[in-house]
Write a protein of this length. Structure first.
Lengths: 316, 316
């Protein structure tokens, strides 16, 4: 058995995972990210005991603990180099965890872990695999020949931070025109708001009132009801998402691209136009070509990926 | 000993290469690309005999033949799937070559081979390595943990075909705004011509008359002489090149990026502003960071890379 821990800015989620990637038990607790890191690790330990006991297992049954963390990792030494949202700088997480439970600990960047989880649960496994997560930002992970690709310094895979519109929208990273500034849900919400300001008769105003806020589904929902402004927002957003996906396909030629994040719940509404755009615009026009799918594990991807990548302990 | 063959649209270049990547002998002949592929292969065979004899060696001394080809390769079966400039579709190059000389043959895409050559000659070897070639187009190759990265179908690494300006300049691939449409020498020449049309008093007009044509050095040369219009063209071009390099660094975090192609003869004139731009704009702000250099092998990279990647026969 394996423990997979998804350490997020909001929650700590811990799962007991079998060798096939199935979650046997899981439990979570708020991260309370402003407290000292040693307290966060103690909660990880408590949850590890909890899920193990709930499954009638012992700590001796656990081979390795994998922890997915939103930041830069020194995998070799089990150190979080920097995790801005958690106020962690050079934190020896592995060492601290093992003071309580002496089992090997493997750290992984959270986006890489989630990508590995989605990769691992594909049947059959795919040779090269790319995950694009459309969330508050645009994250991603790359699996090449079954190994997580991390770059020479562990900071690779920042697919959200490639400029698709030079001199364009300001990105949180400081550059102008990053993919994230066009294809994240944050960007979609901005695009929705801008259009609403121009179209006072759009159904989106009504929708926002009924739902209490504008979110990533505002344009998609109203487009389904035929609202012209909403259709324009949705279609333009999907074009932005697609441009970045074609870029990544031209560079990586992965066997599969998986799209994750809340917006992936839109399923075929999102996938069908992306597939059409990619087919038309990608550089390679010969079979075999990349398949595009939506994520399957959603919130469990981090737990499964942290556990299964720790099991393999393989990265490029 | 190894044979490296660089099959281009203009010339066939064949080299006898030692295990350290040093070219012992080389010879070339025009490709005459409109003739039948069997004649092209026969010339490769003749040149292989020629360089081997010139070095007082026998065919028995040659362990493997590597051929770099501008197209899609089926490496496993030794077939050129498609090489548009050579009118080759599903050509069994390896089999045909071995009718004359029965030595293992390894095919590689020419850009990948050149990148591998530059990688191989780095001292010490770098963990992750990326080459960007600024030529008629923008090509490139990626070496990860010493292996050429090719994508699941062999068509990966098309770094020139990622959009950096959505809806922008038309690219030869059909998309709008590709890196190639801004950072290739072809693009630089277009940028130079546009500026010259607007600035009739620019020194670039005089330069073009003296040199018989506008080329990739027009703006760089005139900028060195203080011509304002030329400085603007040069600096904007370097910004385009840099944007793409930051994109690729954010995605790959290679230990080294090497810039090749004729424009790389500009050396520090090109490198210094690129390094400054990258330092300012790249996502990762912590050491260690990517080093940026110019290519060292120039025209020999294809021969050396074809030979040395065939020696290793390793790819991802």
């Amino acid at each position: 058995m394996y423990i997979g821990i998804d350490l997020g800015g909001t929650n700590i989620a811990v799962g007991l995972v079998d060798k096939k990637g199935k979650i046997i038990q899981k439990a979570s607790t708020p991260t309370l990210r402003h407290r000292h890191w040693s307290e966060i690790i103690r909660d990880m330990v408590i949850l590890t005991h909890k899920v193990t006991a709930a499954a009638d297992k012992n700590l001796a049954d656990i081979k390795v603990v994998g922890i997915g963390i939103p930041g830069n990792i020194d995998n070799e030494n089990g150190i979080v180099v920097r995790a801005a949202n958690l106020n962690m700088v050079n934190v020896p997480i592995a060492e601290e965890f093992r003071k309580y439970i002496d089992i090997p600990v493997n750290l992984e960047n959270d986006a890489n872990a989630a990508a590995y989880g989605e990769y691992f649960m594909q049947d059959p496994h795919r040779d090269n695999f790319l995950m694009v997560t459309l969330g508050t930002g645009v994250g991603g992970g790359i699996v090449i020949k079954g190994k997580i690709f991390r770059g020479f310094n562990g900071a690779g895979g920042e697919i959200g931070h490639h400029v698709i519109h030079e001199g364009g929208e300001k990105c949180a990273c400081g550059r102008l025109g990053c993919y994230e500034a066009y294809a994240s849900v944050t960007a979609l919400i901005n695009q929705t708001k801008k259009k609403m300001a121009l179209c006072s008769d759009s159904l989106m105003h009504q929708w926002a009132q009924q739902n209490g806020a504008i979110n990533g589904f505002t344009a998609f929902d109203c487009a389904r009801q035929g609202d012209t402004a909403a259709i324009e927002v949705r279609d333009k957003y999907i074009t932005y998402v697609s441009e970045g996906i074609v870029n990544l396909i031209n560079i990586f030629q992965p066997e599969t691209v998986v799209i994750g994040g809340g917006i992936s719940f839109e399923g075929e509404t999102l996938l069908a136009p992306i597939r059409e755009f990619v087919k038309k615009h990608e550089f390679n026009k010969q079979e075999p070509r990349t398949q595009i799918e939506v994520a399957k594990l959603f919130n469990d991807a981090g737990i499964v990926g942290a556990a299964m990548s720790a099991k393999k302990q393989k990265f490029l």
